[in-house]
Design a protein. Sequence first.
Length: 306
Amino acid sequence: MEQVLSSSSPPSANRSEASAPGLLRDQQHTLTRPLAQSGVGLHLGELTQVRILPAQPGDGRYFVRVDLPGQPAIPAHIDQVRETRLSTELAVETDDGRASVRTVEHLLAALVGMGIDNARIEIDGPEVPLLDGSAQDWARAIAAAGITAQPVPRALVPLPEPVWVRHDDAFVAAIPAPELRFSYGIDFDLPAIGNQWISWSPSTEPFETAIAPARTFGLAHQIDQLRSLGLIRGGSLDNALVCGPDGWLNPPLRFSNEPVRHKLLDLVGDISLLGWMPLAHLVAYKASHQLHTDMARRLRLSPFAP
């Protein structure tokens, strides 16, 4: 991964920061140069272009709807979550109504996974492009644009006690731990998916190779129903894995457990809406964007939140 570190940091700090995984760096970072990507959104099927630009320390990650009057900014923050049905949607109220951006989780996962704390994300439509259904193209574009350290500290926030949210047998838990780790489990009746688990430590496996390439997936018997509800209009066999009773309609998979790796990718993106990461082992089972963001909200409102 290409990195350009600011000259304001001492050389020893530069070397340490350069070797640290994106989620575990001590300093804030932004892009060195702007980047652009375009494509159709998963649910609305509209073609949009995204430009991601460097931002100042402390600005955070935020979207700007450049196609709307006044170009309203939408912070990538848990307080702006408005919808979590099959994706995560952010919105703000403006003088002209509501400005929103949908299916933000893959792009946000790529930004936080690659260590980008501050970014201005300009978008000319209501939904982030799906690209190939993973965060791989975003991660590669971020690496090519370069990553610059900023002279502002960024730290993992210690978790003094477990925090969890659940619905029936689905849950997300944050457990105090000496290092940041994510674990995820899924369970589907379809034999090609079945019960899958993954445990990922950013300190031992790079985000860009272990998590970013995992593509979104869907179930063949649900496609017609979802499209009748106005969803997945931009989905295809080119940007999503589709599974039926007899197996995958568009193999091969990039990992034997690609579906659960993608769910973990979604969790990283949704938890990034906190604006900080808990020093914890985050464990999820059969969870959803709703439970992911419920957990982020619980952490946001906790007495130990920064």
